[in-house]
Design a protein around this ligand. Sequence first.
Ligand SMILES: [Cu+2]
Length: 461
Amino acid sequence: MALTSSPAPGPSIVDRQAGHAPPRPSGGFGVGIALVVLAIVVGAMAQRGNDPGSPELAAVNVPETGHTTTVSVVADGMRYHPDTITVPAGDRLIIELSNRDNRRHDLVLATGPRTETVGQDATVRLDAGIIGGPVEGWCSLPGHRQAGMTLTITTDTATGSHADHTASPGSSAPVDAMADPGPEFVARDATAPRTGSDRVHRLELGVQETVREVAPGVRQRLWTFNGTAPGPVLRGRVGDTFEITLINDGSIDHGIDFHAGALAPDEPMRPIDPGERLTYRFTATKAGIWMYHCSTTPMLLHIGNGMFGAVIIDPPDLAPVDREYVLVASEFYLGPDGEPGDLDKMRAEQPDAVVFNGYVSQYAHRPLTATAGERVRIWLLDAGPNRATAFHVVGAHFDTVYREGRYELRPGEPGAAQILDLLPAGGGFVETVFPEAGNYPFVSHVMVDAERGARGIITVH
Ligand SMILES: [Cu+2]
């Protein structure tokens, strides 16, 4: 029987319909018969999603206007554009769906109508029926709905719409790892600083509380070194001296810990109060890409809210390359919009986003660049505070891997590496030569983290 063979996951259609059916006139029908009839109708229309409380059955209760609204929707980048359609209540809605993605998509409405699955550059037409209230739609291909490929139809008179995704007071805004940050967005420059000739590096590091966007439409009050998270990338050679003046312009105590220096932590890593300053001197005796971070307890919160950065100390035999980038992996555990991160989420290891250089998917929208045949070096530091990273470039082999102070692989060897895996506070670099022009995505191959923002693209010309 059709009902029991339905591929719909979760509870049976009968159960779900019973749960959501509006009051119906009882005359002539037993309740059970009414539910079965209703279920057959709905089951015959389409597979239902799991969206609770879809108000589609209310849709038939509005007077029809006799008018038809036709809307063009483009599927692109795992999104529908527009993703909200407002129509006059009682209008018939026709959706013309064009797929610009190189993946196949469809559009399924909670009320039943659905398109066939279409490939790139194909257009299909969907009769959504008479619209009397909010209707949810989505792409039914595996994982696409969960990745955010949803559509909301609403009426100009709808109230309490399901389209209202506004976060409740006190909760963080949802992160959309696919969202476009817009034309004004400027990605953090990932170019590695050059190794200068100075053997003494003097720098003021101001602790500043700064509200910054960390994903499109999502702002956090970060605790930063010099205004950004990650803080500035420092670079020198073995034997160089670093003289860092930490200035606490924040509202609570902070400190600093440079892994690149080996020294007794008692004095230099002590927390200082707002308004105080502290000079931290260390000599870089060992090569590597080293983490620095706030040393104040709970470090989970101070690092988790932005207080980290990288110091590169070149290995003495570091070969010249054509291009060098630095990526710092970290997590965001979002607090309410414009507020600091959420310590409970940090303790539960439940990040809302995992990012390179402080912003969700920024290099997917502003790709790094390279030229075919060039040797490219990518320095990587995992600032955590909690998660490991497995850096991978799709379509590229790493012929050089340097991790935690030593070469694991160098050009000329028969093997190559597919990831640089790092635990929190670990660092290293990889090198590759891109064989041909194209767009090479990079990710943390911890796939759940790639899904939540640890991804980008290297465009090779
Ligand atoms: Cu701090």
